[in-house]
Design a protein around this ligand. Sequence first.
Ligand SMILES: Nc1nc2c(c(=O)[nH]1)N[C@H]1C(S)=C(S)[C@@H](COP(=O)(O)OP(=O)(O)OC[C@H]3O[C@@H](n4cnc5c(N)ncnc54)[C@H](O)[C@@H]3O)O[C@H]1N2
Ligand code: MOO
Length: 623
Amino acid sequence: MNGPDGRSAQAAPLNGLGGSNGPNGLDGDVDEALALANDNRRGPRPGSGGAPAAPAPGPRQTQEAGAPQAPAPAPAAEHHRATSWPAARRLAREAGRRAAEHRARIAVDPDRDTDPPFPANIEGTMGTKGIGAVAGAEGIEGFRSLLEGPAGTRALPRGAVRVPLDQALGLVLATPLTALTDLPSFDTSAMDGWVVAGPGPWVVRDEKILAGHASPASLADGEAATIATGARIPADTTAVIRSEHGHTDDKGQLHPLRRVAHGQDIRPRGQECRSGDLLLPAGGLVTPAVLGLAAAAGYDELAVFPRPRAEVLVLGDELLTSGLPRDGLIRDALGPMLPHWLRALGVEVTAVRRIGDDAKALLKAVRGAKADLVVTTGGTASGPVDHVHPTLRALDAELLVDGVAVRPGHPMLLARIKDGKYLVGLPGNPLAAVSGLLTLAEPLLRALSGRAEDEAPYGAPLHSSVQGHPYDTRLVPVVMRQDSDSGHDWAVPLHYNGPAMLRGIAASDGLAVVPPGGAQEGQEVEILDLPWSWGPATGGSLGVSTSPFKTTGNAAGNAAGHTTGHTAGNAAPSHLGDETRQAAPPNVGAESPHDTMGSATLTTTQSGTQTADNSPGDEGCFT
Ligand SMILES: Nc1nc2c(c(=O)[nH]1)N[C@H]1C(S)=C(S)[C@@H](COP(=O)(O)OP(=O)(O)OC[C@H]3O[C@@H](n4cnc5c(N)ncnc54)[C@H](O)[C@@H]3O)O[C@H]1N2
Ligand code: MOO
């Protein structure tokens, strides 16, 4: 990939900074990034680089307990007094675990409404109270062991409830799902046809055997009976012959049209499971399929954790709730988006309030919130009407994360407002808010809802290089596409990934986690799934796709100008199929370090991958 000055991205990884902020001039933060980039070209200057002054004293906060900025280069730690992105997620997860523990505790004993200090052994914690202390970990372990006890021996875990099946959708299993019966619970016919005993031909009984009836009389050798799929198999049956594989002669005798194998088309009792078998572990989401399985296995109720409750506070006087933007006012993009996004994460949204830029109203709303989590939007920075920090100070809240080394979204924050109650402050810029949602709210809510952690994050190679921030992680919307030859998934970076833009994310399957310094074409990066994306590679791994270029996720990706989308004609990368080339909108380009507003100009790198110079939509990569 070439920069505007012709140098390769590898040789000059920061050369896209200057053109990244569109036609309206640089804002303060881009200046800052440029200064850093320039410093970087000259070689690192530890402790310098235009670092902003230390943040004004805020709510109680502590040193980061050993939160390195790795893998960022050394100057990052000094430049950004922010929690690293991985550490922020760990902290949010820990906050969720502790909120779950709190909820479980007060479910048993409402008077024990105090939390142990936030543990200090979590990298990146800012809570002084917890330094050196591990109190609370025992409680969490105890909670876990209840979840992981052997099948059939566990009581209902603290904080869990039993609900009828039809109320369990979207909740999290609090106990393993063990079979309450053999499945099938009796030997059953897999096909419509005849049951037969011994070698043919067979005399067919008059009595027909139907599903839903008690045991039929046993068969004698040389005897057959008409049977329906799902009906009980009589004792001494040899096999089931499908109706299309046998015929009866005019004497009423049944003859096979094919060789009959012993036991064919009989589903034996317990084929799927035996009573007491583990069907699903605790911590999994109750999906429609889980409901079906639970019902088949004999359940009327499920032990689940109640939904976490969240309240959304939308800040900003400039927001309109209908019509076109006018007179400096803009449409609120977060009010219509966040509650549903939270619901998709399994949350009960108890209220959505519009607070404007009213500090008193914000304080009252946060103080009075009953939910486990308050999510605010906007007001996280230090502008004249940014009231989130002062509000947290007024509440004597404990800031656990105050800024994250991630773009967009770096002003995001996480605070404990009181025992068991947390606040995630999302920045006002809409994509920055999504970044905050996935960085802080999602791990917190996942842990709070009792969901098991992902064993290994999903990764995919990038279809084209992505410019990195010098020191911060970037989250970049991508669509997942499958290479027809190798079957591998690629993450195709999308345009319109600026902090104020939703056009990229709306067309995406997920967000690529681009490490500080950027990532090259073909480099494997972590992908954050969106709650409604199919889950990359599902179709591929099941071998269901016959398409030469399978859409593994959101087919709308083409509308946001992914790499393969703009490679019209025969210039498409050779490792993608024809369909890729046909799918191409003409005038949008791949994520590129130096994209600015303007029309796309295609360039071809040595590897044949298309990139776009001067493409629209990548304004503000570094704000
Ligand atoms: N001096 C500094 N200023 C800013 C910094 C900084 O580090 N130092 N960071 C910038 C970044 S990056 C972001 S992101 C924003 C975050 O600011 P706030 O969280 O205080 O958000 P607001 O100022 O309220 O709004 C920012 C932007 O977003 C628009 N907005 C707000 N709410 C909504 C909504 N519900 N729907 C659509 N758009 C919304 C708002 O109008 C602003 O344009 O701070 C920068 N400044
Ligand atoms: O959240 Mo700002 O938009 O980090 O870039």
